[in-house]
Write a protein that binds this ligand. Structure first.
Ligand code: SF4
Length: 126
């Protein structure tokens, strides 16, 4: 059976919020961030995950990417270097090239700051 290639061109966005209880996410309204980002129509889909860096979070990423329809995955969460390490195995298992991840540190931002920063993830290069 022919192996499906990535590259359909969909942009997916995941907001990860350390279970919503971490002080780093207290300044923003998580649901307003998602609603505002969704209204911008810059991603093909947006979703929230409470804790991507544990077992079921890894499973979520594997299932999400299994259909190979996501060309780029944008994750707003903690430190981008940590994200690269934490999600590496899930990406490898899904055959998702790590260079297709765009990660952002969203911690300690207000709702408005978070939305602006997320919009900046997809801003065309100057
Ligand atoms: S991936 Fe980062 S933001 Fe998400 S739960 Fe883990 S440490 Fe927290």
């Amino acid at each position: 059976m022919e192996e499906k290639e990535f590259g359909v061109g969909k942009k997916g966005f995941v907001l990860c919020v350390c279970q919503g209880t971490c002080p780093s996410f207290k300044k923003m309204d998580i649901f307003n961030v998602l609603s505002d980002v969704r209204r911008e129509k810059i991603f093909d889909y947006v979703c929230l995950h409470p804790q991507l860096c544990v077992g079921d979070g890894e499973e979520f990423l594997k299932v999400l990417l299994a259909g190979k329809e996501t060309d780029k995955l944008y994750i707003a969460a903690c430190d981008p270097r940590m994200q690269e390490k934490m999600f590496r195995d899930a990406f490898d298992a899904a055959g998702f090239d790590r260079s297709r991840l765009v990660s952002l540190d969203i911690r300690n931002k207000t709702t408005e700051e978070a939305v602006e920063a997320i919009k900046g993830m997809v801003a065309p290069a100057a």
